[in-house]
Design a protein around this ligand. Structure first.
Ligand code: PHE
Length: 378
């Protein structure tokens, strides 16, 4: 018989009934019945912790008479293994029970109606820009951009609009305050300065489109002081008027999705192109309703022309070697025509009711076009 200390005071084992191995059945039962991971942990500490019953009993083995120690040690070791396994099993059982409890509690009722989510809408201007990029992208055009604040050279002079040229007055320019040298920066009145920047920075052949914001001091149902244009520029050795026409006819038909859309080129004037042409598309106004397509009436949508040799020269491109065409178009205008939007002003008023009506649902598929039309358009 020997003496040892338990957690709650001394206890005896040996041939006495306090031998923990004698209590194995009871201990294993307690483990198996642990109602929660916390309760199981308490039992583990009580038995196997630093002052646990088994740990202490092992430590006290030293004091047992050598002839008993062997058998007792083997029994204690076997008991410790049993307890360790039983605790692991009980832990796993409790974990699984917790998972199935959670699953039962969180079961989704798939028959419930979906909650109406707040899906954002693509603004018609962004949508239209994406569509234009997609069409010209297929024709091999790259997208270029430039600053909104321009200097006089890029916005006017390099485009063959010298000081005192009447075209300057027509542009209703927003000027920034005069700088110390007397010059004034401007909010760009068109996207054409990006033609200049591109030709000065890169050498031909060039094929770019430039969607972006432009500014003119003008405000009514079809004009806004801030609006958007898309510019196009193609420069190569043999690019001619036929390319200009083919490219723009193709674009108009693809954009308005009308295969037999009549497209008309009307002689016009821009300082930076020669010859210049305004581009009209066919429509009908029968019954007071505007419909894009064959119909005897015309709508102007684009300015275009062959890049003026002086503009090429201003950008360091040799007009004897290179030529090309340019075009410019108001994005609001074509968006309003395509999607039957009667007034330009609400486009910038951030009115969600307007956006829900005229906006586009985002598509999940990767596409250069971000949205699909929802709801009736004209
Ligand atoms: N920049 C012109 C405008 O704002 C449009 C245009 C661009 C015309 C390129 C011809 C060539 O009206």
């Amino acid at each position: 018989m020997c003496y040892t200390r338990g957690r709650d005071g001394p206890f005896l084992f040996g041939d006495h009934m306090d031998d923990p191995s004698a209590k194995s059945a009871e201990l294993l039962e307690r483990i198996a019945a642990a109602p929660s991971p916390a309760a199981l942990d308490e039992i583990r500490i009580e038995l196997l912790g630093r002052n646990g019953m088994i740990t202490l009993a092992m430590r006290e083995l030293r004091q047992v008479a050598p002839e008993e120690r062997r058998a007792l040690g083997a029994r204690l070791n076997a008991l410790k293994d049993q307890i360790t396994d039983a605790i692991a099993d009980a832990g796993e059982r409790l974990r699984l029970a917790a998972v199935s409890n959670r699953l039962a509690g969180e079961r989704a009722d798939v028959t419930l109606p979906v909650r109406a989510g707040e899906t954002g809408r693509i603004h018609p201007i962004s949508q239209t820009i994406d569509e234009i990029i997609a069409i010209f992208g297929e024709m091999g055009f790259a997208v270029a951009e430039g600053p909104h604040i321009e200097d006089d050279f890029h916005n006017f002079t390099a485009l063959n609009i010298p000081p005192e040229h009447p075209a300057r007055q027509e542009h209703d320019t927003f000027y920034l305050p005069e700088r110390p040298d007397g010059s004034r920066l401007v909010l760009r009145t068109h996207t054409s300065p990006v033609q200049i920047r591109t030709m000065m920075r890169r050498s031909p052949p060039l094929r770019i489109i430039v969607p972006g914001r432009t500014f003119r001091c003008d405000h009514d149902a079809t004009h806004s002081p801030m609006f958007h244009q898309v510019e196009g520029l193609v420069i190569d050795r043999t690019t001619h008027m036929g390319h200009l026409k083919g490219c723009l006819i193709e674009f108009c038909r693809a954009f308005f999705d009308v295969d037999d859309l009549p497209v008309r080129f009307r002689p016009s004037y821009f300082p930076f192109t020669e010859p210049s042409a305004e581009v009209d598309i066919g429509c009908s106004r029968a019954g007071g309703e505007l419909k894009i397509g064959p119909g005897g009436d015309w709508l102007e949508i684009l300015g275009s022309g062959m890049v003026h040799p002086k503009v090429l020269q201003n950008c360091g491109v040799d007009p004897a070697e290179y030529q090309g065409f340019a075009f410019g178009m108001g994005i609001e205008r074509v968006a309003m025509l395509k999607y039957g939007i009667p007034d330009m002003r609400p486009m910038y008023e951030s009115d969600l009711r307007w956006l829900r009506h005229y906006g586009f649902v985002p598509l999940d598929i990767p596409s250069p076009v971000r949205g699909a039309l929802v709801g009736p358009a004209s």
